[in-house]
Write a protein that binds this ligand. Sequence first.
Ligand SMILES: C[S@@+](CC[C@H](N)C(=O)[O-])C[C@H]1O[C@@H](n2cnc3c(N)ncnc32)[C@H](O)[C@@H]1O
Length: 249
Amino acid sequence: MLMGSKLKGPEQYPHRVAKIWDNYVDWGSRRSAENGFFTKLLVSHGISRGARILDMAAGTGFHSIGLAREGFKVTACDGSPHMLNVLRDNARKNNVDVASLQAYWNSLDSVLPPGNFDACICLGNSFTHVSFEERETVLAQIAMLLSPGGIYVFDHRNFERIIETGEINGGSIYRKDAKISVIRATSELVEVSYTVKGVTFPLSYHPVFFEKVPEMLQKAGFGPLEFYGDFKKGERDASFFQWVAEKMT
Ligand SMILES: C[S@@+](CC[C@H](N)C(=O)[O-])C[C@H]1O[C@@H](n2cnc3c(N)ncnc32)[C@H](O)[C@@H]1O
């Protein structure tokens, strides 16, 4: 029987996972699926090229590198040194400058100054690695790092659907040859097993439920909010939701 991960957050991304991550998430397909969505979103919120972006779940750098290439000033942060090593290689290969640093989300204030960013992004269903108990602390850290009027952009899978169906929809940005199966899905924890290029690894998520997001963000001092489903404004029938929340001054 497959067992879920006892590891937490960035510990779930050791060297063996980091080195095959880009075989799981296909950059070309992801670029076509997103079609510049996040750049347009930032610009539509007055955050133009040259603005300071914190990619707090930078992983192997897909968004950090893409945004840096478009002229944003990106700081790529991640708790996994292994993901960051791959990111640095990817930045070199793409001939792009991205400042990178290892940090945990519950103590970002120990490495980054307050009010330093115009936007903070947390993409690829990453925020769902935060336990329910830690969410308030992490959101307070994000709010602290944003300048007045700065925005927080994050996404999450449709966990209501995953729990109801017991299935996870890989979507078109993930490699077709990756094997993904849900080990268990409850309202507290969703554990998924991935097999990519012969490497099997589990990832666990603390579900973020669509209906609970507005209250969670408002309590942390964010508003007004805007949401998208699979990159379409106001779409509820989606596999992934994208949220934008402004830091209230
Ligand atoms: C699902 S991956 C997504 C990476 C990238 N954003 C993408 O979409 O390809 C989640 C990333 O968040 C990082 N992470 C998870 N929990 C973290 C925490 N508490 N502090 C810092 N990084 C964390 C992991 O190390 C991992 O690189």
